[in-house]
Ligand binder design. Structure first.
Ligand code: NDP
Length: 304
């Protein structure tokens, strides 16, 4: 099968591309930069959707961009929105305008739509309304992907909401490894907050599973899958397990006010608060996790 991945050059995209190619599929990336195996967003707009069986969007300004780490300002927030919403709209329009629309259209968003809580548990069936900047972003982002009802028969729509994606070559782990190696790793804030996470290989696996099993039921609403591991962990459990596997002390907690001062309170929420997210439909879909628990995931990432 042929797949088109917006933002496929990034952390999740590289893993997904590898998995799809290993399964024998052909992959084209949409990027801001031209290159082999790529088309640009301008080319997509100009020439329409290349023929493919599935489209995925992973593009977006990084929420934890190390180059903009201490610049949490209106320009950054605007980029977070426009980079996601404009690319998603471009893809949805290209799909709608295609003479041979793909069988699947997968948007990857996030669990920031669920309100942080120490007690509430959220499955894909949970109702939610935006309560802060990031949940507003998820609302607008997911809305921008929706196809017209008349597309329901041809194209299955999926939304995958990942927690923190754990992998060796990018994302949160890449930024955490140095402080942990130096023995400076510690719980963030109280440490009691839930820490929804997924191993990168499982996120790629869930996306591939949706692409390869789009299902027979035509629906104008997207199928939502929570992209999190099936176990619930707190930030304390994550910190202690990472320290244990790396054989490093984790005795220095990082106070919540420090994280907020460093990153801005709206962004710090991602680290100092969290949601208990259950991948109910993901498991019902028949997807089998490679790394269902923290120990197996962290050993794969930092074990040697
Ligand atoms: P990356 O930060 O690696 O970015 C993915 C790609 O987006 C980049 O390779 C880049 O492609 C493109 N991009 C970056 N900035 C812009 C911009 N301003 N305008 C247009 N395109 C841009 O993301 P991940 O792979 O980590 O994540 C993929 C998706 O999953 C994102 O939407 C992210 O929000 C979401 N997600 C990720 C989580 C994580 O822990 N990593 C957790 C939850 C959700 P190019 O340079 O080729 O144009």
């Amino acid at each position: 099968m042929r797949f088109l991945i917006g933002g496929g050059s990034g952390f999740v995209g590289r893993e997904l591309m590898c998995l799809l190619k290993n399964k024998g599929h052909e992959v084209t990336v949409i990027s801001r930069q031209p290159g082999p195996g790529k088309i640009t967003w301008d080319e997509l707009e100009l020439n329409g959707l290349p023929h493919c069986e599935g489209v995925i969007n992973l593009a977006g300004e990084n929420l934890m961009n190390p180059l903009r780490w201490q610049v949490w300002n209106e320009g950054y927030k605007k980029d977070l929105f426009s980079s996601r919403i404009n690319t998603t709209k471009s893809l949805a329009q290209a799909i709608a305008g295609s003479p041979s629309p793909p069988c699947s259209w997968v948007l990857v968003t996030g669990v920031a739509c669920y309100k942080p809580s120490l007690t509430a548990e959220y499955s894909e069936d949970s109702k939610w309304t935006p309560f802060d900047l990031l949940s507003k972003l998820v609302k607008e982002w997911e809305a921008s992907a929706l196809l017209q009802e008349n597309m329901a028969k041809t194209t299955r729509q999926f939304i995958i909401r990942p927690g923190v994606v754990l992998g060796r070559d990018g994302g949160a782990m890449k930024q955490m490894l140095l402080p942990f190696w130096l023995g400076l790793g510690g719980t963030l804030g109280s440490g009691r907050q839930p820490f929804p996470w997924i191993h990168i290989s499982d996120l790629a696996g869930i996306i591939a599973h949706a692409l390869e099993h789009p299902g027979d039921v035509a629906s104008s609403s997207p199928q939502v899958f929570n992209g999190v591991a099936p176990v619930l962990n707190t930030n304390y459990e994550f910190t202690k397990e990472l320290g244990r596997i790396m054989r490093r002390p984790t005795i220095l907690p990082v106070p919540g006010f420090f994280v907020k001062a460093l990153m801005g309170s709206e962004r710090a929420m991602v680290l100092t608060q969290g949601q208990k997210v259950i991948p109910k439909r993901t498991q019902e879909s028949g997807y089998h996790y490679k790394y269902p628990d923290l120990t197996s995931a962290l050993i794969e990432i930092v074990g040697d």
